[in-house]
Ligand binder design. Structure first.
Ligand code: SF4
Ligand code: SF4
Length: 251
């Protein structure tokens, strides 16, 4: 996969540079400030026609700049649904996820840049419902522990009770390889957790949804994996059929 500038002149005359900078409000140390840069690794720091960020090793083809260009002047060639996060630290990963989710759903924020908020991210999923988001490369159980803590800590603090949690990983852990599924099955036996729904997704699934926006609003239950509703094989088959893309092992 590679990214290409369609018309260099369009970039040279571009005033907004939304591929590099977005004007989203977020909370940093209790002060509202602009989210700032789009690129999660710093490969792209200004107008791409001035610096060609796509040849840098830090560019891992996440596609954020493509989706945020206000003139559709960036193009992906040989799109692949895998990428590596080698040059992306945990803050970069949270920002990446929040920027994907913010285009897929009505609103999302990279919330843990404010040290008083513990969850990695927050997303509005429609019908006055919200979800907490926890992000990690591999550790599903750690994300789940954090989500359970988020549910209990912030219980009663929002107008709408948050009943949904989203775990974002490099790949969906196979059944039997992680205790995460046992905990998800048992957590409904505990008071205050019986109505919670946990979904799992991957960076590449978010990237796909971000780069292929639909006219209809995206339904959480349709696109993310709910371990209590289906097997990974059933989910993979369903998603592959719907998207026409082979998400093998959902990496
Ligand atoms: S890529 Fe798009 S947003 Fe960025 S400078 Fe070029 S035209 Fe402007
Ligand atoms: S594709 Fe992603 S990593 Fe590469 S320059 Fe664009 S935003 Fe940065």
């Amino acid at each position: 996969m590679s990214i290409r500038i369609i018309n260099t002149e369009v970039c040279q005359n571009c005033k907004k540079e939304t591929c590099a900078f977005i004007d989203r409000v977020t909370k940093i140390d209790s002060v509202f400030a602009s989210e700032g840069t789009v690129c999660p690794t710093g490969a792209l720091q200004a107008n791409p026609s001035q610096q060609n960020p796509f040849t840098k090793k830090e560019c891992f083809d996440c596609g954020l700049c493509v989706g945020y260009c206000n003139k559709s002047n960036l193009e992906i060639e040989n799109e692949a649904n895998k990428f590596n996060l080698e040059y992306c630290n945990s803050f970069g990963m949270n920002a990446l996820v929040s920027n994907y989710l913010n285009k897929i759903f009505p609103f999302a924020a990279n919330s843990n840049r404010n040290s008083s908020v513990l969850f990695d991210g927050y997303v509005e999923i429609g019908e006055e419902k919200e979800a907490f988001v926890e992000v990690d490369e591999k550790d599903a159980l750690e994300c789940l522990r954090n989500l359970l803590g988020d549910f209990l800590l912030y219980r009663g603090q929002y107008a709408n009770e948050v009943n949904t949690g989203l775990i974002v990983l490099t790949e969906i852990p196979p059944r039997g390889s992680s205790n995460v599924y046992t905990v998800i099955e048992r957590m409904r036996m505990f008071p205050n957790l019986e109505s919670k729904n946990i979904f799992i997704t991957t960076f590449s699934m978010l990237k796909y949804l971000f780069l292929h926006p639909k006219n209809d609003s995206v339904v959480f239950e349709n696109v993310f994996y709910n371990p209590l509703k289906e097997t990974i094989e059933e989910y993979t088959e369903r998603i592959t059929k719907e998207t026409g893309v082979c998400f093998s092992n959902l990496k």
